[in-house]
Design a protein around this ligand. Sequence first.
Ligand code: PHB
Length: 395
Amino acid sequence: MTSRRLVLSRSAALIGAASTGLLLPRFATAQGNKIRVGLMLPYTGTFAQLGVAIENGFRMAIDEQGGKLGGREIEFFKVDDESDPPKGVENANKLVQRDKVDVLIGTVHSGVQMGIQKVARDSGVLNIIPNAGVLAATGALCAPNVFRSSFTNSQPTLALGAPMVAKGHKKAVWITWKYAAGDEAFQGFRDGFLKAGGTIVKEIAVPFPNVEFQAHLTEIASLNPDAVACFFAGGGAVKFLKDYAAAGLKGKIPLYGSGFLTEGVLDAAGAAADGVVTTMHYADGLDNARNKAFRLAYAKNFKLQPDVYAVQGYDAGQLLIIGANAVKGDLSNKKALYAAMGSATIDSPRGKWKMSPSHNPIQDIYLRQVVDGENKVIGVAAKQLADSGAGCKMG
Ligand code: PHB
């Protein structure tokens, strides 16, 4: 008797639920469901702190808007990509196939991005790149569903050569990790430096993510160039700055770099980073209200100083918010979503920027110098610089 009454009351409840729409399948109630956001970032290895800064910035942008996207709640899924390119496709598929994310935010390492790029192109899932600068992502392998909130690898270094030559530093050694980001940062450096009248006396490439710099620093000392220019980032950048000073080169051979060299590492590098001059699409000391508010809020939230990676994560969040609001949370309305994201003006701590036709930021590149533990702005090295988007055919 009791069990029969229970069954009856259950079925009555079910009928009630069906008539109010509660039992409709997932796709029919997409507006009510959570948006599934995948974060594929390095949380271990030499770029671990970059991944954390990107996630912090991304979450902060969304939290500032009430923690929703186009009115919908968010569910997060995370994968540590370890900056390991051979696992790139498999890791991206964990988010896309297994977790069925609506958008994949990732990643940092250019080689891993090539895996994401393949999955994004094959599946059509929306991908926002919050760092990795690999040229192909907004060049030959560009796609309507792939947007970048960061830079292309040659963008920051293209503007580095002219200020070096202006200082009388005409003969340079270039040193980097040997992979797409280092190779393509070199392309930018070489183009700008040669055009300004410089000569590259030696290119040194260290396998990623090795940090055995001793022999190379000995070679640099014996070559005695006017200056050294480089691309390193994260934990490897700290080690390079410290080894450069310990080898006695600091103060003797001026050190320049793609600005990543001095991003997020200033506390750890200490005096070894003092005076280093770099070019980058952001600087701690940028004198605009947006940057000041961002820096205060970030420091309060995370008890950490923000860096360019936090800014790129924040802007990835801002970009997604603009897109999601334009389609009222219905990310399946791809045409309108991509149109809104492609034409957005991002009010960034780096200054306002817009997307190029191939979906990469058009942005100012600042000349900076490390003074008192901060990346101070000492000039604008390039105004409204776009990447070439060479080989990009959308559609
Ligand atoms: C990249 O692999 O594209 C990369 C990684 C770290 C950076 C910049 C670029 O700081």
